[in-house]
Design a protein around this ligand. Structure first.
Ligand SMILES: [Fe+2]
Length: 688
């Protein structure tokens, strides 16, 4: 077919356009929409997409059109425009494909975003800024970043100084629609809170401000209300279960090998010798690397809730220390606990040789310290807040046709929404931290800032950090399931990244020359993790000079956003839903003498029924997996369209299946399974 254009003969072609609307609530549009095809030799007119008597662009629907237009050469982009009309005008487009029969070519345009007034979507082949590309593509990639930078700015609120950078936003509804909670997620969040309070029957507890009578009271209450109590309710008093929690509970980050006892924790052979295996001694166990420690020194000087306010309940925690021993049976058991950092007659060392109530009490206080650190450092700071700058810089510096955008987009999904919500309902005054932690009321923010000052990206290198902590040896520290599963997943991610990078970066020189990538890491260095006065270097590279260095960084990001978050988040219901297993609030000071604590004292000390119900409702909320969640290695957005990255993804998925089979096999043989790092239970990103 031939037509006339600009007075000269120009060939016309038939274009078969397929538009896939996202399968999510609110994705469909009633607006009038048009599409323009841009190619190497110009662009078509705007085609009105929509047919008479046909409801186009409903959620999950595929619509097809045939149009005739001039030959615009090789297709580069499509421009989708909406007139904003109709009741539901916003339109979530998954992708557009265009078949040009005359050229035997199919062009794929992965979109995966909202069309509100206009969206310009690149043909899907990933390209570095230095790759050969048409001038219009080059200028559009710059335009896309310019646009994004105006929506994704670094936050500058003084309240969050001395913490990692974050997205500027007044509240969760003010962030760009592309990064808001999906309607499905919002629905799940509301449903979870209702279910926690009503269906779990917590509403009854919620209205009781009374304390418990004894530990069985917790059990009875939860059997009646919650139905199924976590395994911890049956085993929390057992020392081997207690030890296991420091490896395979919700905070696997704290345990370290102890080869020499610190001078402020003077445990002696006399004190614990009888607790060791026959023939073993304290010195021998220390020397052999079978002694481990947790030390919550960081809690020293952190204000407690109500400490300076008489109108508030006074709560307590301590900068406690715990010593653990690996028995020949393989069990890790606690053998000594000290509540404070400076030894004294009023700060005795507690052991299993003490009266039963004393030892229970000592273990409660150690778990209480761990709960503060787990919530504010391991979970909120080290995962949620530390990963947010990666998302900000990715939106600001990597255009949607950059291969690293395509690699990272699934892993940064949801973090802006949950963190922005977290800043207003969790961290803020009167929020969840104030209601559920001893360090709430301001100490929780001080604790994060104190930790962050010396925190470094190097601490995200899992194999290295496990080695430095001395917990890398399965012979000396068996049954550390988190370590085994996390390392398997780490290696799979590393190999996946190793396969993807050379597709685009044939040499280290390509890394050096990719100025978008260099801008990305510079933005992270300067604005994501600024080294403010009083900070140690956070060890963010200023630039990338090799594929190896880039691989390490990307592996840390992907692992932390997916696996680490899953390990420390989705384990929370099992840990905190039976409060004596991990009391996050203590309402009385710790004892200073042995032999005086009674059951009544402990009940006075633990959270009230009301407080316990708030904690359980909160962890129930936080362990929801959204209906539209995508799990590790599942990339249905198909942002990559070329064969090479697609086959790398397929290989990654195959490895994950193998890891899953191994974990399931191991779990089938142990009394307390460790399911949190099953790849099919690990969401790609931090979304809750
Ligand atoms: Fe989380």
């Amino acid at each position: 077919m031939n037509g006339k254009a600009n007075g000269s003969e120009k060939k016309t072609l038939e274009y078969e356009i397929t538009v896939v609307t996202g399968n999510r609530k609110g994705a469909g549009t009633d607006a009038s929409v048009t599409l323009v095809i841009k190619g190497t030799q110009g662009e078509t007119k705007a085609f009105s997409l929509g047919k008479w008597f046909h409801d186009d662009f409903e959620a999950g629907q595929t619509d097809e059109y045939k149009v005739t237009a001039e030959d615009v050469g090789e297709l580069l982009m499509v421009v989708l425009r909406s007139d904003g009309g109709g009741m539901n005008s916003d339109w979530f487009v998954n992708r557009v494909t265009i078949k040009v029969n005359a050229k035997s070519a199919i062009y794929d345009f992965p979109c995966n975003r909202w069309v509100q007034s206009e969206a310009i979507v690149f043909e899907g082949t990933a390209k570095l800024p230095t790759d050969q590309q048409h001038g219009t593509v080059k200028s559009q990639r710059e335009m896309e970043l310019k646009n994004r930078r105006s929506f994704y700015e670094w936050g500058d609120d003084n309240a969050y100084k001395d913490l990692p950078g974050y997205l500027k936003a007044t509240d969760v509804n003010s962030i760009p629609k592309d990064v808001q909670f999906t309607q499905e997620a919002m629905h799940d969040l509301h449903k979870a809170r209702r279910a926690a309070l009503l269906n779990l029957g917590l509403v009854k507890l919620f209205n009781l401000f009374t304390k418990w009578d004894d530990f069985d009271d917790f059990r009875k209450a939860f059997t009646g209300f919650v139905g199924e109590v976590p395994k911890a309710a049956d085993h929390w008093r057992e020392d081997c279960f207690f030890g296991n929690q420091f490896m395979n509970g919700c905070n696997p980050d704290t345990l370290k090998r102890c080869t020499k006892l610190p001078s402020n924790f003077p445990v002696t052979q006399d004190l614990i010798g009888n607790l060791l295996d026959t023939g073993d001694t304290l010195d021998k166990a220390l020397e052999d690397g079978r002694m481990y420690m947790v030390d919550y020194k960081i809690l020293e000087d952190i204000p407690h809730y109500g400490q300076d306010r008489e109108d508030l309940e006074r709560r307590y925690t301590c900068a406690s220390m715990g010593l653990f021993y690996t028995k020949s049976s393989g069990d890790l058991v606690p053998i000594a606990i000290q509540f404070h950092q400076i030894p004294s007659s009023e700060n005795p060392i507690w052991t299993p040789n003490d009266a039963e109530m004393d030892w229970i009490c000592a273990k409660l206080w150690l778990r209480n310290s761990d709960a503060q650190v787990h919530q504010m450092i391991t979970h909120l700071l080290r995962v949620h807040l530390f990963m947010e700058p990666v998302a900000v810089a990715t939106y600001r510096q990597l255009p949607s046709l950059h291969p690293l955008w395509k690699l990272l987009a699934p892993h940064i999904r949801g973090v802006f929404a949950i963190n922005t919500l977290g800043r207003s309902v969790l961290i803020a005054e009167g929020g969840v931290a104030d209601n559920t932690l001893t360090v709430g009321g301001g100490g929780h923010v001080d604790l994060m800032k104190k930790y962050y000052k010396t925190n470094s990206w190097e601490t995200y290198n899992l194999p290295q950090i496990l080695k430095e902590r001395g917990v890398d040896d399965p012979e000396r520290l068996p049954n550390f399931h988190y370590r085994e599963d996390a390392l398997s997943l780490w290696r799979a991610i590393e190999e996946f990244v190793e396969e993807v990078l050379p597709i685009y970066y044939q040499s280290d020189d390509h890394i050096n020359k990719d100025y978008e990538l260099q801008n990305w890491i510079k933005d992270l260095h300067d604005n994501g993790y600024p080294v403010d006065p009083g900070h140690e270097d956070h060890h963010v590279p200023k630039s990338f000079t090799s594929r190896k260095q880039l691989n390490k960084f990307l592996t840390m990001v992907i692992f932390t956003c997916s696996c680490q978050h899953a390990a420390v988040n989705f384990s929370q219901m099992d840990v905190y839903a039976f409060p004596p297993n991990a009391p996050a609030i203590m309402r009385q000071p710790p004892p200073t003498k042995k032999g005086v604590v009674t059951m009544m004292d402990l009940m006075d000390c633990l959270a009230t029924k009301h407080q316990s119900s708030v904690t359980i409702a909160t962890v129930y909320d936080l362990t929801r997996i959204f209906a539209d969640e995508k799990f590790l290695g599942d990339y249905p957005e198909e942002l990559f369209v070329e064969e090479a990255p697609k086959s790398a993804i397929a290989a990654f998925q195959k490895k994950l299946q193998g890891i899953s089979a191994k974990i399931n096999e191991r779990n089938s043989k142990i009394a307390v399974p460790y399911p949190y790092l099953l790849p099919e239970r690990v969401p790609n990103s931090i979304a809750i």
